[in-house]
Design a protein. Structure first.
Length: 475
């Protein structure tokens, strides 16, 4: 990027000596000045000879200048555009034409500000205005739109060119797209990691966490569908997120891609355990009829895949892949943190032996249920269970077999209650159940089934069979 003042290395003192004879001999004063500037830009010390030796020598000098000008405009690596006072392109060399995807003869007549994105247009207009007003303008990084719709970043510097009847601005442009995109990419990556850290308070709710991730993705990348596959030993979760206005064909193709991923995971996935979810999310662009582009990347550390989908062909660029790779690493880390948090939460509310709620969690749920039934005037009953003569089991068969009896009792209770019921180990050999939306008569029936199931259950030891009974109370 140019940081110093623009140097014009031709013999500037000669430039004002352009004579009327030279003009009559075919002079192009703007081109003479442009050659001076181009030679300086190219690092040359060329002197343009203009003096008082007559029109013929001036004409020869001008012809040489014109030839030099044409050669430089054709061969220079850096891009050059000349615009009039209104910003209309007068001339453009091959370098800028090639960069923007035009033939050199196609660019003249275009308004240069119109070749910039809307948000950059005012910057370009001010840049040209500053050049015409002050003779030069401070170098700026400005984006131009290529003929195919892609964009390029250019470092722009300019000088004013004064002709006989008008003024123009010569703009020298250096392609800095690669470095600029890397800088922007780095900024986006840093921003994503920062925003990701702010999702940590959402670890207790994976849906909220996923919404936050999608919001960050939609602000940084162009996509119309998102897929996340997480393969756990006990369960595999496959989630597809699209706009509510997405076409059915697009959704079907994304789901097909996810099913192919599940098949590729092979032995790591139990097809019967896959929890497949299609979710319609705000903030995702509506998709077309089919998938035109996709990015699929494996998750780090955890077994899974994340993917972006678009109905447009070639929708994702190289820098999008790099940014999404960083984001996928962040998603992996966040999921690990989420699982760790869930494990800690689970341990804090469950009885480590039976897997039932512990006493503290039971009272939290009981208070919540009492508030609910008070509001809606719904029935609720409690069942208390105590294993008979459990101390004798421990004394006769040992505490290890006593633990097996407690675990079998917990299984029986869970098998005879609903997911909406609250089952907990109250302490020792005591258990308690909250039967939601259940009147007293129904609770007696549940207690009776549990009592019979416990009497029929058999706990097998090394050389023994243990059977127990229980006492139950309903209120």
């Amino acid at each position: 990027m140019r940081t110093g003042p623009l140097a014009i290395g031709a013999t500037a003192a000669a430039l004002p000596l352009l004579t009327a004879g030279a003009v009559l001999a075919g002079a192009a004063p703007a081109q003479v000045l442009i050659v001076a500037a181009l030679c300086a830009l190219a690092g040359g010390g060329t002197t343009i000879l203009l003096g008082k030796k007559g029109a013929s020598e001036a004409a020869v000098a001008l012809a040489d200048a014109n030839g030099c000008y044409q050669r430089l405009m054709t061969t220079m690596n850096d891009s050059v555009i000349v615009v009039d006072a209104q910003g209309r392109i007068i001339e453009a060399n091959q370098a800028i034409a090639k960069l923007l995807g035009y033939a050199p003869e196609e660019l003249p007549g275009h308004f240069l500000p119109d070749l910039t994105p809307a948000k950059e247009r005012r910057i370009m207009q001010d840049f040209i205005g500053e050049t015409l007003a002050n003779g030069t303008a401070e170098a700026k990084d400005i984006m131009l739109v290529q003929q195919n719709g892609d964009t390029s970043w250019l470092d722009c510097a300019a000088v004013r060119i004064e002709g006989d009847a008008d003024v123009s601005a010569q703009i020298m442009l250096k392609d800095i797209t690669a470095s600029k995109r890397q800088f922007i990419l780095t900024e986006k990556e840093i921003s994503f990691v920062h925003e990701l850290s702010r999702t940590l308070p959402l670890l207790q709710d994976f849906d909220q966490m996923l919404d936050k991730i999608l919001s960050m993705l939609s602000n940084a990348l162009p996509f119309e569908g998102f897929a996340l596959v997480l393969a756990e030993p006990a369960e595999t979760m496959a989630t597809v997120c699209v706009s509510e206005k997405a076409e059915a064909g697009f959704i079907a193709e994304v789901e097909g891609c996810v099913m192919d991923i599940l098949a590729d995971l092979g032995d790591n996935v139990d097809a019967a355990s896959v929890d497949f979810n299609l979710e319609f999310k705000d903030g995702i662009d509506p998709a077309g009829t089919s998938v035109g582009s996709q990015i699929m990347l494996p998750l780090a550390v955890v077994n899974g895949v994340a993917g972006l989908f678009s109905s447009k062909e070639n929708a994702f660029k190289k820098e999008d892949l790099s940014l999404f790779s960083t984001m996928v690493s962040g998603i992996s880390s966040l999921y690990i943190a989420y699982k760790s948090y869930q494990q800690v939460q689970h341990l804090s509310i469950t009885d480590s032996l039976t897997g039932l709620y512990n006493r503290r969690k039971f009272f939290e749920e009981l208070e919540r249920e009492i508030e609910r039934i008070t509001r809606y005037e719904a029935p609720m009953t409690l069942v208390m269970l105590d294993l008979d003569h459990f101390k004798a089991v421990n004394d006769q068969f040992g505490h290890q077999m006593g633990d097996e009896v407690l675990k079998e009792t917990a299984k029986v209770m869970l098998a005879n209650t609903r997911k909406t019921d609250i089952v907990a180990r109250y302490g020792g050999e005591e258990f308690i159940i909250v039967l939601t939306e259940t009147p007293l008569e129904g609770a007696v029936g549940v207690a009776t089934r549990i009592n019979q199931a416990i009497e029929e259950a058999v706990v097998l030891g090394a050389a023994v069979e243990i059977k127990v009974t229980a006492s139950l109370g309903v209120a």
